[in-house]
Unconditional design. Structure first.
Lengths: 953, 135
């Protein structure tokens, strides 16, 4: 069975390609997959079971099991699927651009449906169930450019998904109560706890899928789908999934309290409602759609009744309905194609011109109406017999069945009359005869209906194993049950139905008053959801950043303060400090932060924030965190450089101060947040009583991670995934910076360091005495001492940064610190000699370095995987080299090298973007300004970004 | 663990100063506020672990060693802050280059939804209303 599923899936994937190369003929080839499935299934004798492990953690296996009901459904799904696909080859015009997509979705749908009927695990069943929902959404909305199609698809999706979710909850309750999700296991035990509610939820899912009242409205709307898709949806899949579920779970769940009443009531209402509405339709396809609704009501009654005879009738009707409904839809498709309309008021005289088609339709309608000796008759009469002997409820149901069947006869006749009869008032419709290959699929299905009816006793033998799962009297499928109530009822139904049709034909218009429409409720609900969303979004998302942040902070303050005051246990004592030096550092940090918050000048604020950062670094040292301190110092330095580079272009002061009222509000909120944060720090630290997990880090860090510095070993070992995520963020940030700044010249041009500088004269000249880029205007502005120092120290610093990578395992350092140090080395070169010097110092594309770094890091992780370990697991290597002697290192050092490269590239990217590119844009702007001054008449043109702000650094 | 008063006060001050800067519209100021807040959070995490000698095996007696776990987390945070700062700075510059200031403006889409709410209209995402509205 797994092979069947895989073949279907493969066919779905290949379909678009096959159709592009072979055209519509490819559909015959694709139809072989479901046809083969049909053939294979026919040779099987249920039950057949296969199990493959899938998600062992959830106890979820791919358990496939084909009982008698699944066997029947698989025959229907594959058989109808094959026939409809073959029909599509003629239905769609050659070269239809949407056909490849359609075929792929159709086969995907067939895959999901096949999976749904053969799976044994309820959770897997749910997955396939929702897959059919998604594929049906795509099929119904096949013509996405039509609003009706989109709307219908959305309606079907919303209704069936809502039902499906309810069903999932029911499944979970059931599986939880029974201790297994295998249906074959659950059904053998007693009713699990909570199965009453579970049954109601599952019913909601099944009824919504099968378009049973009150969910019926989505199905008629869904006829926006192409007709072959409708045939498949109505006859073999989607809506059949709901009744299949009823039939599958019925043997156990029909014993629950609500099952029978709910199924019978909903079924009865649906039978009558569908039949009633079908009589009012003028569109043949819509007439059939309401007919399907009515027939599904019938099936719900039969399979939801939970008795042996009804179940037998239900399965027979399931098969009969699949055959005649698919045939009828295919006929409608043909009529639509040859006559150009489906409106029965415009069609006339088709019967005389296409007699074969009329016979096919007649055969199918006869089966639907329950005329002997067709399949529909066999099923319906057994159904009458099933409700023959019961109490009042059964009598009422029987009455509804008779009334519903009479309506079925009436709309069946209406269909035949509408499609094929010659109407005196309408001119004969001009038609072309359908080819053999176009009509054959419908004919095959109609004849199959006849064959099944004639082979009733064979069918009885096949279906009895399933029916005997239910309690109740034994009943048999047969063409001749003898004289009795069922036969009398069959005759009554045919008579009354014909009478109804004739009455309507004689000019009595069908009452046009609409019966209760759940669709209005749906629409009201959808628009209410939409309106509520607008109101809620409008009220909460004001679009103002300070407002949104303010709301978040107010919540933090209220909840935080409330918890602190009323709930939190306050610790007893407090220490002033660990060492008095902390007070000094703390005072510097606090005062710098406060003054920064009050400063209106950008540069002042920036320097104070920097001081604050250095102060925090000192606090790190005093706490015993040298790695943090080192990194913080370096990061703070790079940050200051970045700020200076950008702030030299921005106005000196911050923009206008906010109003006094909002200033007071802001200060209040700020103070409150500060108090709450301090309180939380106090309480949280006081509440720490458990031994930290990290006391055990020391041993493994040496023996397993191969280093003495616990922090750095952990970064590349137990928290390596985290570091991986972090360096990915850095890559994204670096790329983002570059693409924000290099806008006009194109971010790609920075690839070659020298490009984008414009003038040939700016190419690297002869190396000067100190700097590689030699004498240039930018360099001339800088101090010669800085240039000398930068040139002398550069290589030493880079060497030191590489040393830091390797020493990081045992001493403070590591990839981050090393990368930052190397970045600072580049920064000094840039500051000393401008962008040409930077390019001379690092003649590489920063993007390439970023990629190389990421590749190294990922490669290290993957190498561990290849070597048989976990991803990013490190190994210790010991070997002897001739000159260097004994070498001992951990493979995680390669990971650190990746980190190093990424950090260097980040700094390089920052210097190229915020430094060099901003310089260049400034120069271009200044030059054009000068030109504008020299030739005042000519209008000065500059992009808004090039307007030179005051002063350079 | 007994809390350390200096830390508690510094954390409170950093949060207060950070929040007051974040609540403004100038992007560079918001960024500085975020940096201050980040420092406050880092200290808060650090305070959760014991102070002591550097967590390097062999550098001191093991029981006196500072708790390495908060340090590991903070190290990641510091470097991420660097990336974020670079990005926001570029954004601030870009904003200034495009519109002449680096202020965060109100979101246009949000304002559109607010207008819909004032007019008591739906968003038209359920297709039907939209079409009727268009007609």
């Amino acid at each position: 069975m797994l092979i069947v599923l895989l073949l279907h899936a493969a066919a779905a994937v290949l379909a678009p390609v096959a159709i592009r190369y072979a055209g519509n003929r490819a559909l015959y080839g694709l139809a072989l997959v479901p046809a083969g499935t049909f053939g294979w299934t026919a040779t099987q004798r249920p039950p057949v079971a296969e199990t493959y492990p899938w998600v062992p953690h959830l106890g979820m296996d791919l358990a496939l099991r084909m009982g008698p009901l699944s066997w029947l459904m698989l025959l229907i799904v594959s058989g109808i699927g094959a026939v409809v696909l073959a029909y599509c080859a003629r239905y769609f015009p050659e070269g239809d651009p949407g056909l490849g997509r359609f075929a792929a979705i159709f086969l995907g749908f067939a895959t999901a449906m096949t999976g749904l009927v053969v799976t044994d695990d309820l959770l897997v069943l749910y997955v396939f169930w929702e897959l059919t929902t998604v594929f049906s959404y795509l099929l119904i909305g096949h013509r996405g450019e039509q609003a009706a199609g989109r709307r219908a698809a959305m309606q079907a999706l919303v209704v069936t998904t809502a039902g499906g979710l309810a069903m999932l909850v029911g499944f979970v309750m059931l599986g939880h109560g029974a201790g297994t999700y295998r249906w074959s296991g659950i059904v053998e035990g007693p009713l699990p706890a909570g199965s009453t509610i579970a049954a109601v939820l599952i019913l909601a899912g099944a009824l919504s899928k099968s378009a049973i009242f009150p969910f019926s409205f989505w199905l008629p709307a869904a006829m926006a789908a192409p007709t072959p898709a409708s045939a498949y949806l109505h006859a073999a899949s989607m809506v059949k999934a709901g009744v299949f579920l009823l039939g599958l779970l019925g043997p156990l769940l029909a014993r629950t309290e609500p099952w029978r009443p709910v199924a019978l009531t909903a079924g009865v209402i649906t039978v009558l409602l569908g039949g009633w509405n079908a009589m009012r339709q003028h569109d043949l396809k819509l007439l059939l759609a309401y007919g399907t609704v009515s027939q599904l009501g019938l099936l719900t009654i039969a399979l939801g009744a939970g008795s042996r005879a009804a179940a037998l009738a239900g399965t027979a009707l399931l098969l009969a309905h699949a055959l005649f409904k698919a045939a009828l839809f295919l006929v409608v498709g043909i009529v639509d194609r040859i006559a150009g309309t489906r409106d029965l008021r415009e069609l006339s005289g088709l019967g005389r011109r296409t007699p074969v088609l009329a016979v096919i339709a007649g055969l199918a309608v006869a089966s639907m109406a329950g005329v002997p000796p067709l399949a529909g008759f066999v099923g319906k009469e057994t159904l009458f017999a099933a409700f023959e002997h019961g109490g009042t409820t059964d009598r009422l149901v029987l009455l509804a069945l008779v009334a519903g069947s009479a309506l079925t006869v009436a709309y069946g006749l209406r269909f035949l009359w509408g499609a094929f009869a010659r109407k005196p008032s309408v001119a004969p419709t001009p038609v072309s005869r359908p080819g053999f290959a176009f009509a054959a699929p419908a004919g095959l299905l109609a004849l199959a209906g006849l064959a099944v009816g004639l082979g009733a006793s064979w069918l009885d033998g096949v279906l009895t194993p399933y029916a005997s799962l239910f309690p109740g009297e034994t009943e048999h499928l047969a063409l001749w049950h003898g004289l009795g109530l069922p036969l009398l009822l069959s005759v009554t139904v045919l008579t009354v139905g014909s009478g109804l049709f004739v009455t309507q034909l004689r000019g009595r218009p069908w009452p046009s008053r609409r019966l209760p429409a759940a669709e209005m409720v749906y629409k009201w609900l959808m628009s209410a959801v939409d309106r509520t969303a607008v109101e809620v979004t409008g009220a909460t998302q004001r679009g103002s950043l300070p407002f949104s942040l303010g709301i978040i902070l107010v919540v933090l303050v209220l909840f935080g303060a409330g918890t602190l005051v009323f709930v939190a246990p306050w610790p007893g004592g407090i220490r002033l400090w660990d060492t008095p030096l902390q007070l000094v550092a703390g005072a510097v940090v606090a005062s710098a932060a406060l003054i920064a918050a009050r400063s209106r000048r950008r540069l002042t604020a920036m320097i104070l924030v920097g001081v604050c950062g250095y102060g925090v670094a000192v606090m790190f040292v005093l706490h015993g965190a040298p790695d943090l301190a080192l990194t913080q110092f370096l990061v703070e330095t790079v940050t200051i450089v970045m700020f200076v580079l950008v702030l030299r272009r921005l106005p000196v002061r911050f923009s206008a101060r906010p109003l006094r009222a909002s200033r007071v509000l802001r200060t209040t909120l700020a103070v409150a947040t500060g108090l709450v944060a301090a309180g939380m720090a106090y309480v949280a630290v006081g509440g720490r009583i458990a031994t930290p997990i990290s006391v055990d880090f020391a041993g493994p860090a040496v023996s397993y991670g191969g280093g003495h510095n616990i922090v750095n070993v952990a970064l590349v070992d137990i928290r390596a995934w985290d570091t991986m995520g972090e360096i990915s963020v850095l890559v994204v940030a670096a790329t983002g910076v570059a693409s924000l700044i290099f806008r006009r010249s194109g971010a790609l041009q920075r690839r070659r360091a020298e490009q984008g500088n414009g003038h040939a004269a700016e190419q690297v000249p002869e190396p000067g005495p100190w700097l590689r880029a030699g004498d240039n205007p930018e360099a001339r502005r800088q101090s010669i001492i800085l240039q000398v120092v930068a040139r002398l120290l550069f290589h030493t610093i880079v060497l030191f940064s590489i040393y830091l990578i390797f020493s990081g395992h045992n001493d403070p350092g590591g990839g981050f610190a090393g990368g930052l140090v190397a970045g600072l080395a580049l920064t000094t070169r840039y500051l000393a000699g401008g962008r040409r010097e930077l390019n001379a110092a690092a003649p590489v594309d920063a993007g390439l370095v970023l990629g190389a770094g990421l590749l190294t890091a990922v490669g290290t992780g993957a190498a561990a995987l290849v070597a048989g370990g976990e991803v990013l697991q490190s190994a210790l290597l010991d070997f002897h080299l001739p000159v260097l002697g004994h070498i001992h290192f951990a493979t995680s050092v390669f990971f650190d090298i990746g980190v190093y490269l990424i950090v260097v590239a980040l700094v390089l990217e920052i210097l190229r973007s915020l430094g060099a590119e901003l310089d260049r844009q400034h120069e271009v702007a200044a030059r054009s300004e000068r030109r504008a001054v020299e030739r005042p008449r000519e209008p000065a043109f500059a992009a808004p970004g090039d307007q030179a702000p005051g002063g350079s650094a | 663990m007994t809390p350390n008063l200096v830390y508690v006060v510094v954390i409170g001050v950093l949060f207060a100063a950070g929040v007051s800067m974040v609540l403004e519209r100038s992007l560079t100021r918001v960024l500085m506020g975020m940096i201050l807040l980040g420092n406050g959070v880092n200290l808060l995490i650090l305070l959760g672990g014991k102070a002591g000698t550097p967590p390097i095996v062999g550098a001191g007696p093991e029981p006196e060693m500072a708790d390495p776990l908060p340090q590991i987390m903070i190290l990641t945070a510091i470097v991420i802050t660097l990336g974020m700062t670079a990005f926001l700075l570029a954004l601030a510059y870009r904003s200034w280059a495009m519109s002449g200031h680096d202020e965060v403006q109100d979101d246009v889409e949000d304002q559109r939804i607010m207008q819909l709410a004032e007019r008591d209209e739906g968003s038209g995402t359920d297709d039907r209303d939209h079409h009727e509205a268009v007609r």
